[in-house]
Design a protein around this ligand. Structure first.
Ligand SMILES: Cc1ncc(COP(=O)(O)O)c(C=O)c1O
Length: 367
């Protein structure tokens, strides 16, 4: 079976983890601090805080910006459920807004229409590595917390994702462009947000036995063992990007010839992080549904995935947000999207195998 997104771990990561274990630092220490310093340089931003997960980064950003009960947060339904779940954890209500048909990122005009006096934050998602359209979202007034879990290398209109929103949240989950296994980062140019997150991620302020509790903390700091992996991945980010670029080019060339199979749009004015290669399968033209394509590809020993099922259709949200308006673009896309294998651990031959399998399946269905 060809894996969907196998990790690209080499001898460097293994050596650095061993070195870290020998150093005696199991919890946050010099490597977590170095990761923050180097990521701030990479993201061209003032502050970076390392955290236990991307979910924690989103959650603590919301708390740091004062989001709580009775507030609303405007967000995208095409995302990993973490984005919405953390809004719920603060006691606020997620307000899902439909996405644009071409890139499946939040539609800024619909976001504007959803803002009320209760809106405490806007939470766009940079799906697959394509930045959301941030300028019109920032112009709406409430702070913007950007879910950049997929967008570690992205630029929006020339500016690095990470240096634009009030808080930008990255994930270092096993499949991400800069992977630690588990881990997250918050990037911000706001000193007040950085200070608040600093307090929230620990259990106390101070060192050793002299400490205080400025705020009840969440204990969401990053271990040095994981920071060591992330530092190696950061060293390889350009090399890995070269591989992703080739894989994207191979897929672009192949799907251009397959009627009814179309990749999500990538805005040429931006830098795309190439995190996921997502296609839409139009059942009319492609001759079968996304689910049929996915299971046929499985039959060809190719693993694929879905990014993402619309969150508002999942049980907890469906049952509680009964007066949620229909989100037709997201709902249709949710039935049509399929993510193809993509990883620096894959060879060009692996991607050629995927392409050959996809062609065979298309030939069978579209005939
Ligand atoms: C869009 C998006 N947001 C948030 C997260 C949460 O990150 P983590 O798994 O590091 O908690 C993920 C993925 O894992 C994601 O894909």
């Amino acid at each position: 079976m060809l894996g969907f997104q196998p990790p690209a771990i080499g001898d460097e990561e293994i050596a650095e983890v061993t070195e870290t274990l020998r150093s005696g630092w199991l919890t946050s220490g010099p490597r977590a601090a170095e990761l923050e310093r180097r990521m701030a340089e990479f993201l061209e931003v003032e502050h970076v805080l390392a955290l236990a997960s991307g979910t924690a980064a989103l959650h603590l950003s919301l708390v740091a910006l004062g989001v709580g009960p009775d507030d609303e947060v405007v967000t995208s339904p095409i995302t990993w459920p973490a984005t919405a779940n953390v809004i719920v954890h603060t006691g606020a209500t997620p307000v899902f807004v439909d996405v644009r048909d071409d890139d499946l990122n939040i539609d800024p005009e619909l976001a504007a229409a959803a803002v009320t006096e209760r809106t405490k934050a806007i939470l766009p998602v940079d799906l697959a590595g394509q930045p959301a359209d941030l300028d019109p979202l920032l112009a709406l007034g409430p702070p913007v917390i950007e879910d950049a879990a997929h967008a570690a290398e992205s630029r929006y209109r020339g500016r690095k994702v990470g240096a634009i929103a009030d808080a930008t949240c990255f994930s270092m989950y096993a499949t991400k462009n800069i992977a630690a296994g588990e881990g997250g980062l918050i990037a911000t140019n706001r000193a007040d947000v950085a200070q608040a997150v600093q307090d929230l991620r620990q259990m106390r302020r101070g060192d050793g036995s002299v400490y205080d509790i400025p705020v009840p903390g969440y204990k969401a700091n990053l271990s040095d063992v994981l920071a060591a992996i992330a530092l190696c991945q950061l060293d390889k980010v350009d090399r890995h990007r070269e591989i992703r670029l080739r894989q994207f080019a191979l897929y672009d060339e192949a799907v251009a010839e397959l009627d009814g199979i179309t990749p999500l749009a990538r805005d040429e004015r931006d830098v795309h992080a190439l995190h996921l290669y997502i296609v839409r399968i139009d059942p009319e033209r492609a001759g079968a549904t996304r689910d049929e394509y996915q299971s046929a590809l499985r039959g060809e020993n190719i693993s694929t995935s879905i990014h993402f099922l619309p969150v508002h259709r999942l049980t907890w949200y469906r049952e509680r947000l009964r007066d949620q308006p229909r989100l037709p673009v997201a709902e249709r896309a949710g039935d049509e999207i399929l993510s193809l294998p993509l990883s620096p651990a894959h060879s060009d031959e692996d991607i050629a195998d995927v392409v050959a399998a996809l062609r065979r399946v298309h030939e069978r269905f579209a005939a």
